[in-house]
Design a protein around this ligand. Sequence first.
Ligand code: ADP
Ligand code: ZN
Ligand code: ZN
Length: 835
Amino acid sequence: MHFYIEVILPIALPQTFTYKVSEAEFEYLQLGCRVAVPFGKNKFYTGLVAVKHNDPPTLYEAKEIHQIIDEFPVVTEIQLMHWQWIATYYMCCIGDVYRTALPTALMLESETVISANQNNPEISELSDEEYLLVEALQQQSSLKINEVVSILNKKKVFPVIQQLLSKGVVSLQEEMVEEYKPKLIRYIRLFPEFNSSERLEELLSLLKNAQKQKDLVLGYFQLQASQRKPISVKELTEYSGSSAAVVKILIDKGILEEYYIQHDRISFEKADENEINLSIPQNTALEQIQESFLSKDVCLLHGVTASGKTEVYIKLIEGYLEQGKQILYLLPEIALTTQLVSRLTKHFGNKVAVFHSKYSNNERVEVWNQVLNQSDKAQIVIGARSALFLPFRNLGLIVVDEEHEPTFKQVDPAPRYHARDAAIILANLHQATGDTRVEGERSVVKPGAGGAKVLLGSATPSIESYFNAQSGKYGLVELHERFGNAVLPEIHLVDLKDSYFRKKMTGHFSQFLIEVMTEALSNGEQIILFQNRRGYSPVIECMTCGHIPQCPQCDVSLTYHKFKGQLRCHYCGHSIAKPTNCHACSSVDLTSKGFGTEQIELELASLFPTKNIKRMDQDTTRGKYAFEKLIDSFKNREIDILVGTQMLAKGLDFDNVSTVGILNADSMLYFPDFRAFERSYQMMTQVSGRAGRSDKKGRVVIQTYNPDHNTIQQVTNNNYDGMYKEQLYERYIYKYPPYYKLVKLTLKHKDFEKLKEGSMWLYQVLRQQFDIPVLGPEEPPVSKIRNEYIRTILIKIPQEKHLGNTKKAIQKILNSFDAISQYRTIRVTVNVDFY
Ligand code: ADP
Ligand code: ZN
Ligand code: ZN
């Protein structure tokens, strides 16, 4: 009998790999444990045990594993099932999911390391490059391959290393490095034989000639009496006004002993009992959600902006917390965590953990382990979409806040998953028993069977989710009013065409907007201005010939950044200094066209010279805490006017903002995308929702060339229903979600002709095989990025078609495409449910 394991490797290959293990290893290994395995010639990967079996592979000789890394699984069986679902549904490799899911610090890297042998080399026999390395190895005991690359300042270093090896000067060593080091805190205690009050006297007399040591021991006893918890060196020296040197003497004398405890890097202040009393509508909503969970697994909370959805979540979470369940709270943007964390910790204290990609590897591993061990320090986890991959074992509830946000969909790289939809699957996999069996089909998990529940929340639900709620698949609970005395803001439209015609514009500001702003500022209120830069960025245009500088590598105009005096490509980062004359006709008559947040900021400075104006966009929030700082100083009323992009539309809560201005609504409306009207509605409603969140009534001014546009009217009248019905109808007519599932194929290649041919081949085969709509191959609006041409093909799968089988058929065609030698170099990416 032979023993094998199937191992998931962090690489983009569709299968798992079979490795051989001994019988003892086979018994020892559990699914979800990591193993180091050899792969290819000289590589080692950290793989994950997915299956154990006794069948040798037919196509290759199974290699033996290198070593077992874990005694206990770091990944749960539920996760393995979840990953498999993601790989199948989103048409990607399980290795892609694994690589995304596991913090990199848990994926040991094999790195080739060279170290010097003991013998002294003959210097005269060494080439210059060889000598350089030997010299470097006298400074440090070993070198990694990429260090060698930088020392020699060239890529192909293997020949040099080969020479040194053959001369016996160095040797190779394949070294596994565990990157994660838990942070340890140094504690001290008295040796047990001294640790009693009877022995204290004796001890003090022993130290009677050493006053400092005596003080320290006394301090220790006092601390120990007042707090029944470990005493750190830092604490004791501070308390007794002593020093680490004195501690050392006592350790050397065998009176104190030191020990280490792993400390959690991320700890929060304790909650000061902060009771929340729900209003009557909030309470009704809570009860309705709980009731809906009796028969359904997903519930949509549709509550207008500032209706107090967060408080409803908190009350709901309380219930799951009492049952000892884990709770996952998903946000569309890590930048939003700060505000929420402080709101949640106020209530739940240090049961709240945060998981986000800006955290260090160590911090992420910490949360991972807490969740895995069901520590109450991470009983509630707040995070952006990647928090979905944490090893929950006893999940009770997932809250997906602002569920309509497109950022929940990962665009690149694979897995191109939607966190909201993947969350619903994950919740289903968590059965009430917490002990799901993997055997057989995973479709044994039935809705309503008592798995974890999912609450989706939004003031502007996505068409898809609202559709699911309307059709009864999800529960639906609505909050129509704002919390407390707050009311929804009044929305005023300004017709830009008319305003320009009557010369009532100063720069991009209508007279009306300026008046409203002036009034608000004189009342000491704050203002938010929204300018969506997407698709409408400032460019430099030649007044003589009309030339607009383009990116040489991409199919876009360069964006003008006034502050830096630069033209920059937003796709590849290419930049040039602002030209003084036209590259096409040499004319010096250049003008800037379009406008972004930066120009608005400048205009504001001259309109309101005494006010503090700040800008919030990707350029100003790049640093680690830049966003948080901006939010804080706005919250503390140090900023009068905040100008920003989409980021402002996401669930922020400021109590002193009375006025919101949307400078140009039209750029959003005419974005070439089937979701443009839905997105415009959401964005405008969300930004407007920042106004008047407390007692003062808010005012919103929307500037537009199309005041009669349906979407603008729907925003003005807070008519979500109207927007929903209109969009749903359009989706039906034009074959879009929720009626059709979309699979988008993107093909890229440097050779224009080859790409054209290849995409045509693929399109035609798809057309022949399917009696469903296949569109394309199309040149997208930006049809070249970094010198690669792009074509897209859109496949629309109607509800009556079997989704899984259709995807399998698509995959088959993609495989045959890949098998055609002249097309093999064309890169194809697959985006299921693309946004
Ligand atoms: P939403 O998430 O629906 O936009 P929030 O949860 O941010 O709304 O609530 C809006 C404001 O009202 C917040 O400042 C919040 O603290 C306050 N609020 C809501 N519900 C309550 C409550 N029950 N008690 C006290 N304050 C509340
Ligand atoms: Zn010109
Ligand atoms: Zn570019």
